[in-house]
Design a binder for this molecule. Structure first.
Ligand code: XMP
Length: 510
């Protein structure tokens, strides 16, 4: 398969660049500059290389640099932001701090004739985020675009197939950013643009078949979209050498445990071990109200249960995890702040002896994981299932967790899901669920005073779960759900609907 390399210099947008490339049906691999050399890049026959941005200055002592061979490979190279400065620096140009002329945000750029800007209006807007800039070009290089504060906003050296843009073509704020990348991929690298999800699935399966030959592989299966796609892909590569452990922690939705077991055992004919650890988790969580503490306890208990099962299986070489890109980001990648500790990111290998861990979906966004799932033959309903967090209902019960609260929440959630389905809103709403708050309120039922729980309903529309808007569910649907919840569930006296977007809120309440 023909590939493009996204060479990561510590920027924020490395995976976004890869995603944009994949959107153009070109396979993109993201590798840190520390883990590859120009020689290896040449050997691997990439059609092109994109150098990402990064937080450093090229002239800083600890700047991420590569040898000048990087620009002598005879492969087209596009440098973005830091990457652009690095090309100029390695070729003998001058990069300086912009001193009061740094640019952050949207700005206008004017371009000259260049294959990189083919089909793009002469003046359009781009997104800048830089403190340094190229002030003198190396010999043989030409300026191809300028902005008000950045006379060398873009350059090229056609002979060596080197291109640099100070702005970020990968972000949507750059008006014709996608066209810039398209021009690089097709006009300069000559990529055929015919790589499909089918090719990607095949490529991964072939690679795992080769790399994991004769190895015993263990997968923690939750039944959610991510771990299911990762497990099915591995199963197609190595068959019965894969064992899946499904820990039923008792924090799943109504009937979910049985359905997960049935699908994987009967339909996919996979080796699956279901561990019924409901009581164990409930005991460990007794009296705990603090959300991060709940997550930690569940994560640790999960590891212990998993470890015990792994020991029963015997020697295992590899652990598979269904981590996807947004999990990696939200759990704090590099300098990014940790918003929530997604317990499925890292963690396990410290306590269990494995030779290695693989995360086949680490580079993919949710919608890509879903398309991959379809390609692998996973039923539509499963692939399009709304996401369900690892810690399950524990982070949808505010305050401590008891069996009674779990039962109430499971019923309320099932009713809400039924009503969303009955109204045909399953596809337009990306995630919807009930939350059991720790607020009890007064109600009146059959002339008697009640003092029951408040159930909150939450529904969001989002593309990537990094940001989300609250869904405008029709009043009639909310009314039906509310009436059914208070009628059918004992001890609930009030239902409210959450109308907060993300940010400032998160999707989950905890
Ligand atoms: P938040 O609440 O962070 O949710 O806006 C974004 C998406 O991630 C899911 N989520 C989790 N998934 N472990 C998971 O596996 C977690 O601890 C966790 N917390 C949130 C959430 O359901 C939503 O889809």
């Amino acid at each position: 398969m023909e590939k493009v390399l996204v060479l990561d210099f510590g920027g924020q947008y490395d995976q976004l660049i890869a995603r944009r490339v994949r959107e153009k049906k070109v396979y993109a691999e993201v590798i840190s500059y520390r883990k590859i050399t120009p020689e290896k890049i040449k050997d691997r026959k990439y059609k092109g290389v994109i150098l990402t941005g990064g937080p450093n200055s090229v002239y800083a002592d600890d700047a991420p640099r590569m040898s000048a061979d990087l620009i002598e490979m005879g492969i087209p190279v596009l440098g973005i932001c830091y990457g652009c400065q690095l090309i100029a620096y390695l070729a003998g140009g001058v990069v300086e701090a912009a001193k009061g002329q740094a640019e952050y945000g949207k700005t206008e750029f004017v371009h000259q004739t260049s294959v990189l800007f083919k089909g793009i209006p002469k003046i359009s807007s781009c997104w800048m985020s830089h403190g340094d800039r190229v002030v003198e070009l190396p010999e043989g290089f030409n300026i191809t675009a300028s902005t008000r504060n950045c006379p060398i906003a873009s350059f090229e050296c056609e002979d060596k197939m080197l291109y640099g843009v100070q702005f970020h073509p990968e972000v949507t704020h750059t008006e014709h950013g996608k066209a810039v990348l398209e021009n690089f991929l097709f006009g300069i690298c000559g990529c055929p643009g015919d790589s499909s999800m089918e090719d990607y699935a095949k490529y991964c399966i072939d690679r795992y078949q080769r790399d994991l030959k004769g190895k015993k592989v263990l997968c923690a299966l939750s039944g959610g979209v991510d771990s299911s796609v990762a497990a099915v892909m591995l199963h197609q590569a190595i068959g019965d050498d894969l064992t899946c452990v499904f820990v039923d922690h008792g924090l799943l939705r109504k009937d979910e445990g049985d359905s997960v077991e049935k699908t994987f055992r009967k339909q996919f004919k996979m080796n699956i071990i279901r561990v019924n650890a409901q009581e164990r988790f409930l005991n460990a969580l007794k009296g705990v109200s603090e959300p991060e503490k709940k997550r930690k306890i569940i994560g640790e208990e999960f590891i212990r249960v998993f470890e015990e099962e792994a020991k029963k299986i015997g020697r295992v070489n590899i652990l598979v995890q269904g981590t996807i890109y947004p999990d990696v980001i939200e759990s704090g990648k590099g300098d990014a702040a940790t918003i929530k500790s997604h317990h499925n990111v890292g963690g396990l290998p410290d306590v269990i002896e494995f030779d290695d861990i693989i995360e086949p979906l680490r580079e993919l966004f949710k919608d890509e994981v879903r398309r991959l799932g379809i390609e692998l033959g996973i039923p539509y309903e499963m692939v399009w299932r709304q996401p369900f967090p690892g810690p399950g209902l524990a982070i949808r019960i505010i305050g401590d967790i008891t069996q009674e609260k779990l039962d109430i929440l499971r019923e309320a959630d099932a009713i809400f899901r039924e009503e969303i389905a009955a109204a045909g809103l399953e596809k337009s709403t990306n995630q919807y669920f009930a939350v059991l708050t720790d607020t009890r309120t007064v109600g009146v039922m059959g002339d008697a005073r009640t003092y029951g729980y408040t159930v909150a309903l939450r529904a969001v529309s989002t593309e990537d779960f990094m940001t989300a808007d609250w869904s405008r569910i029709p009043y009639e649907v909310l009314e039906k759900a509310s009436t059914r919840i208070t009628d059918e569930i004992k001890n609930v006296s009030r239902v409210v609907y959450d109308i907060t977007s993300k940010p400032p809120a998160t999707v989950e309440w905890e």
